[in-house]
Every structure is written in C-alpha cells, then in structure tokens.
Design a protein around this ligand. Structure first.
Ligand SMILES: *[C@@H]1O[C@H](CO)[C@@H](O)[C@H](O)[C@H]1NC(C)=O
Length: 260
C-alpha cells in the first residue's frame, strides 16, 4: 500500500509564566491528527478541550440550578451560575449584592437595598443616579416628612405606594411606622396634626368604659366607622377595624357587620 505517510506535526509550546514567582514552567503538547479523505473535517475537539468538562471550563462548580457568589472585589457585582453558565452580573444603582439575601429576599436581580448590605472589604461607589421621585434608580424612598405613602423606585421610575392605615413612611428604618415612633434626622412626626389636631384626653377625662382601656383608650371617628383612634403614650394612632367589621362606640371595639 502506497499510503502517503501522514504528517504528524508535533507542536511544542513552552509557556513560561512570567508572573509566577517560582518561574514555573508548563509544557503543552498539542498533537494534530492527519486529515483523512473520509472526514476532511475532524469535528472532535482537540484533546486539551476534552480534559475540562463544560462546567469546569466555565468556572461553575455545578452544572444545574442557580448559584450566586459575591465578587470579593466589588460590592456591586456578583457571579451567577445558571445551569452551569457563568456570568458576571452587576447590581442596579441603589442596590448591592449580599449573598445571604441573593436567593431569597432580594429586591431585583438578586441584589438588595444598599442600606441593607454590608460590603466589608468589597469596593463600593454608592453614587446615586437620581430621577424625578427617585434618589437612586432602585429603592424605596420618602417623598416628604410624615406621609402615609412612599415611592417605590424601579429603573428610575417611581410608583407611589401606600403604607397601611395609620402608618407613615419612616426613612430612618426604610419602612412604614407609627407617626409617634418616627425618629428621622429632620425631626419626628406630629401624630396629633395628622389626625386633625386630635389630643388624647387625660385619664380623668375618659368615660367609664374608656377608663378600662387605659392606657390605651379608644375613640370613634365621625363618618369613618371602619376606623378609630387609639392612644399610646398619650399620642393618637389611627387604627383600622378588619374587613367586615366597624367600630362600635358602645363597646369601644370593632364589631362584625351583618352579612359577614
Ligand atoms: C435550568 O434549566 C431548567 C430546565 O430547562 C429550567 O427550568 C431552569 O429554569 C434553569 N435554571 C436556571 C437557573 O436557568
């Protein structure tokens, strides 16, 4: 058989790692197979690619599911493995990465509110990107002092979001709170003014029935039977009766409505 002698090309590539302090030397030997007439194109991957499985070559330790890892250098960034595919993700403005809340309890794309995240040694540049109603592109923010709503911002667009009945947004805790409990830097909240100047009467001015509720006496609100006022530390709080109930001033409590 006059088969042409296949040409084997031996490529010796000497990779010298100049960064290595030990001047470690690694030899990579690449063997090119002869091209056969039947299969002009060898589709098998070169040996050096076979060595590492797909998940190993991508850097993901698992080939299935979702894994999230903090970027040890940068509080804004994280590594995401989705079914073995590795991506280097970035949190949106106003959000940062926290491994503890990444899978559950994150705000957007596995990131959490900047005030809820401790960056530690990780790089942080928390420069806000503001737009109308939104100091940062993502987050929940006060609109003004003592308001029973707040702005929920996503991608720089706000949605005016109500607090539950009787509560106002408290920037210092990033949540709705009783007005008498608000302790923001620019002062508290006047819970009496919010209720049209309602003042909690002293104990000796209470009805016999309300004496029994002291120190939390209750008061009906005219034309708003689903609501009532209760006093806590002599500060009024607006309370709501549950669905299907309304405040009955004869018993100073919420009573079931007929038909519920
Ligand atoms: C992984 O693949 C499964 C099946 O296609 C899919 O249901 C799941 O959402 C994927 N998970 C991620 C994190 O991409």
């Amino acid at each position: 058989m006059n088969l042409k002698v296949s040409c084997c090309l031996l490529l010796v590539c000497l990779v010298v790692s100049s960064q290595s302090q030990t001047q470690r030397r690694r030899k990579v030997i690449r063997v090119r197979r002869p091209i056969s007439k039947a299969r002009a194109i060898d589709q098998r991957p070169p040996p050096e690619q076979v060595v590492g499985s797909q998940s190993q070559s991508s850097g993901c330790p698992e080939s299935e599911g979702l894994q999230l890892y903090e970027d040890p250098e940068n509080c804004h960034r994280f590594f995401k493995c989705a079914n073995g595919t590795l991506t280097h993700e970035e949190c949106e403005n106003g959000l940062l990465f926290d491994e503890r809340t990444a899978q559950l309890g994150s705000v957007h794309n596995h990131c959490n509110f900047n005030w809820a995240v401790t960056c530690g040694e990780r790089y942080l540049d928390d420069t806000p990107i503001a737009s109308l109603g939104c100091p940062y592109r993502f987050g929940i923010f006060r609109t003004d002092k003592c308001k029973p709503f707040y702005n929920k911002c996503a991608s720089g667009q706000y949605v005016k979001t109500p607090c539950e009945t009787g509560l106002v947004f408290d920037e210092s805790i990033h949540s709705c709170n009783w007005p008498d409990q608000v302790q923001e830097e620019d002062g508290g909240c006047d819970s009496e003014a919010l209720l049209g100047g309602f003042r909690c009467p002293p104990q000796d001015k209470l009805s016999k029935l309300n004496q029994r509720y002291y120190p939390f006496p209750r008061f009906a609100i005219e034309n708003q039977p689903e609501l009532y006022i209760s006093c806590v530390n002599n500060r009024p709080r607006l309370q709501s009766c549950g669905p299907g109930t309304e405040f009955d001033s004869n018993v100073l409590g919420c009573v079931q409505l007929d038909g519920f």
